[in-house]
Design a protein. Structure first.
Length: 285
């Protein structure tokens, strides 16, 4: 696939399926996260080795890959803790502050600074996110450990996006994702052991769903998103991922019979409008 925007769109659609599958699967969040990464890595590694497509990174790139894999695994683990300590809605809102952290990271540490259109689009998209989930939720945020872990999840996610942008200038997306998933799998396995999370004893239905999560929501989705990250600006990619909330809401309406309100539709339109603004060219940085 040579169109990075189309790759990003398909990737976002694939990861938007994940919350629906989680609702259908009676397994702990940490165990689900581990198998999502481990199954994808177990498929990707033999294929890459057999095809002799696995590139060898230099020492600096390898270190950044390890840091990125730990950050991605940490994002998943911390996000689950945030949900347990507060609510899924609050944790989702705080995690989706990641585009702001990406923009700040680019402004402080990278030569390519975010444009004026990025900041306008980011503010508009985040406003849409607040409308989508309800301003009451945002207004009633509890500044407790759940709040802190929710913010930390977004920071981990943002750091992963920025680190992946560097690595993808050195390696192809398939090589990067293979290494990243291996590191995240080992890290999440350690986390599951520490918190005594189950690794087996699941029904055939649960295993089937875990394989779909690993193949569709991780391997396919993040290979496409990594390709888009390689070809596009990291802040645009991170902001575009906000549309996941809109797509997931539509899927929940179709498959889980959850209600979609006029407020949610309005919020979704504003999110897409904000994302669209960031893709407009601007002469001002």
């Amino acid at each position: 696939m040579k169109n990075p925007r189309l790759a990003l769109l398909i990737g976002i659609f694939c990861i938007s399926v994940f919350p629906i599958l989680v609702r259908w699967t009676p397994v702990s969040g940490l165990s689900s996260a581990f198998y999502r990464m481990a199954i994808a890595a177990a498929i990707a590694l033999p294929v890459m080795l057999f095809r002799k497509k696995l590139e060898m990174p230099n020492q600096k790139t390898a270190l950044i890959i390890v840091l990125g894999g730990i950050c991605f695994g940490s994002d998943i683990a911390v996000w689950n803790i945030a949900i347990q300590q507060s609510s899924a809605t609050q944790a989702t809102l705080l995690t989706n502050l990641a585009p702001i952290w990406v923009g700040l990271g680019m402004f402080l540490f990278l030569p390519n600074k975010p444009t004026r259109n990025f900041w306008i689009g980011a503010c508009l998209a985040l406003t849409g996110m607040i409308i989508l989930i309800g301003y009451e939720t945002f207004y009633q945020l509890k500044f407790d450990i759940g709040f802190a872990f929710g913010v930390l999840s977004g920071v981990f996610y943002a750091v992963y996006i920025l680190l992946s942008k560097y690595v993808l200038n050195q390696l192809q997306p398939t090589s990067f994702m293979t290494y990243s998933m291996l590191v995240s799998s080992v890290f999440l396995a350690i986390i599951c052991l520490i918190f005594n999370q189950p690794f087996y004893g699941f029904s055939n239905t649960v295993w089937n769903v875990l394989f779909v999560q690993g193949i569709l929501c991780q391997l396919i989705a993040w290979t496409l998103i990594s390709y888009a990250t390689q070809k596009m600006e990291a802040n645009r990619v991170s902001l575009s991922l906000l549309s996941q909330a809109l797509i997931t809401s539509i899927m929940a309406w179709i498959f889980l019979k959850e209600t979609i309100t006029l407020q949610m539709i309005l919020g979704g339109i504003i999110i897409l409008l904000g994302i669209g603004i960031t893709f407009r060219k601007s002469n001002q940085t």
